[in-house]
Design a protein around this ligand. Structure first.
Ligand SMILES: [Cu+2]
Length: 141
């Protein structure tokens, strides 16, 4: 009898989880471009998908391996890459946004340890719906 109650309760709990906001955001293929040891900053890329019915903003990011992380966009004028700091990044309802070379990226600054291809970096992403995602980005050439 006790077992039956547990199974029913677990079933209700699972339903409650599906209906809550947790899991509205998923991240795919996070990676960081390898940079020379002298470089002060590195660029991080990933795909972000918003599974909810409302726009969600990526508001900030942090990592134990970097002193600070900014959200940047980049544009090319006259063959020169210009980067702009963005206060946040909006992901439309039921849509994906790709941070990729030549476009949006995470600007990882004040590196605290040497990072080479194959190393993994933990990054925490904070979203406007209150969700915080901990991701692991691989350093690649
Ligand atoms: Cu940048």
């Amino acid at each position: 009898m006790k077992n039956t109650i547990c199974i029913i309760m677990f079933g209700l709990f699972t339903l409650a989880c599906v209906n809550s906001q947790a899991g509205d955001i998923t991240v795919d293929d996070p990676w960081i471009q390898e940079a020379p040891p002298t470089a002060k900053a590195m660029a991080g890329y990933l795909g972000i998908t918003n599974h909810s019915k409302a726009a969600i903003m990526l508001e900030s990011a942090s990592s134990a391996d970097f002193g600070s992380i900014e959200i940047h966009s980049s544009e090319i004028h006259d063959g020169m890459v210009h980067m702009h700091k963005e206060p946040h990044l909006a992901i439309s309802p039921a849509a994906s946004l790709k941070l990729e070379p030549g476009g949006y990226h995470l600007m990882l600054m004040k590196r605290k340890r040497n990072l080479q291809a194959g190393d993994r970096v933990g990054i925490k992403l904070h979203f406007s719906n209150g969700e915080a995602l901990h991701i692991e980005a691989e350093v690649r050439k």
